[in-house]
Write a protein that binds this ligand. Structure first.
Ligand SMILES: Nc1ncnc2c1ncn2[C@@H]1O[C@H](COP(=O)(O)OP(=O)(O)OP(=O)(O)O)[C@@H](O)[C@H]1O
Ligand SMILES: CC(C)(CO)[C@@H](O)C(=O)[O-]
Length: 289
């Protein structure tokens, strides 16, 4: 029995605070920290094909998909690691490189889709371990696969998908706005910046979404990454008593609370999000005998 095409979805993650943990072994590398696994993510379609290809789509405000790239290193690395060839399309609404964990969602979604398509029989943990290894090796992220392998507001006390991870659900809306991307790999390769992350890393573990927002903001202030644009948005949120912080790593803001959408919309296009109740899932798998 084989499958001709499979569609999988994986949620993204907004990191609020994090601390890189890098060792020679990618399985032991990643980050500790906390974030929000979000309702928006990446839909991946995988089809058997003798020649591998990856097309990356992003939907606009009307839901219309537009092709934004005809390659993806991380997905090609995944196909190599699994030693298969396939046509892959990924589709997301949120922007790439802006702190929404779209690379991790694409990788973990593609891992699940290929696992089903080629019937490798990997369980969820094995899929997460493989995606995490590839994400860390490429430095496209550190803790996002660990986060988005499940749902909720997530605290990662130790690194990696098998680390000590706590998840809590909260049904409140989360609003986010992006000014511009930040290149994750260039921030992570700066020793001075890593020192700042270490100094800013919280000593307390947030237990609720409200505590998370406070801790994340304190961390963001300590990173030195807040730009003038982000500062202006944060000041406006502060003036209205709206819990808000900076998206890690993207030049943008996420916020909670009744008036957050109205305040953020003064600065551009606002994404209305919620916490995802779970991690990756297969949406469609077609079987042929
Ligand atoms: N939706 C996607 N589909 C396929 N490949 C992707 C996707 N998103 C990211 N990638 C690949 O991962 C690489 C690194 O992405 P990057 O880390 O900048 O994005 P991100 O994960 O959205 O950002 P962040 O780490 O700030 O959350 C990109 O150059 C691209 O090749
Ligand atoms: C490094 C990072 C902030 C952005 O990709 C995220 O992967 C994380 O929380 O480790």
């Amino acid at each position: 029995m084989g499958s001709s095409h499979v569609v999988a979805f994986c949620p993204g993650q907004i990191s609020g605070y994090f601390l890189p943990v890098i060792s020679e072994n990618p399985d032991e590398s990643g980050s500790c920290g906390a974030g929000l696994v979000i309702s928006e993510g990446v839909k991946v379609t995988a089809s058997r094909n003798p020649v591998s290809s990856v097309d990356v789509y992003q939907t606009d405000r009307t839901g219309m998909p537009n092709k934004i790239a005809e390659s993806s290193n991380i997905i090609m690395n995944l196909l190599d690691a699994l030693d298969v060839s396939a046509s892959i399309t990924t589709c997301c609404h949120l922007p790439i490189g802006c702190g929404y964990g779209m690379s991790a969602a694409a990788l973990l979604g593609a891992t699940h889709a290929l696992n089903r398509l080629f019937q490798f029989g990997m369980n969820e943990h094995e899929c997460a371990r493989l995606a995490h290894r590839l994400e860390v090796m490429e430095r496209s992220g550190l803790g996002d696969v660990s986060g988005c392998q499940g749902g909720g507001f997530v605290v990662r006390v130790t690194p990696g998908p098998d680390g000590e991870i706590y998840r809590t659900m909260d049904t409140r809306s989360i609003f986010a706005i992006t000014i511009s991307p930040i290149k994750t790999s260039s921030v992570l390769s700066s020793p001075e910046q890593i020192e700042k992350f270490k100094r800013a890393y919280p000593t307390t573990i947030p237990k609720t979404l409200d505590e998370f927002m406070t801790v994340a903001r304190k961390f963001a202030e300590g990173t030195g990454l807040i730009t003038e644009d982000v500062r202006n948005i944060l000041l406006k949120c502060d003036a209205h008593g709206i819990p808000a912080s900076m998206t890690m790593l993207g030049n943008g803001v996420f916020a909670t609370g009744r008036d957050a959408e109205k305040i953020l919309s003064g600065f551009g296009n606002v994404y209305r999000l919620s916490l995802s109740p779970g991690g990756p899932r297969i949406l469609h798998g077609e079987y042929l005998s």
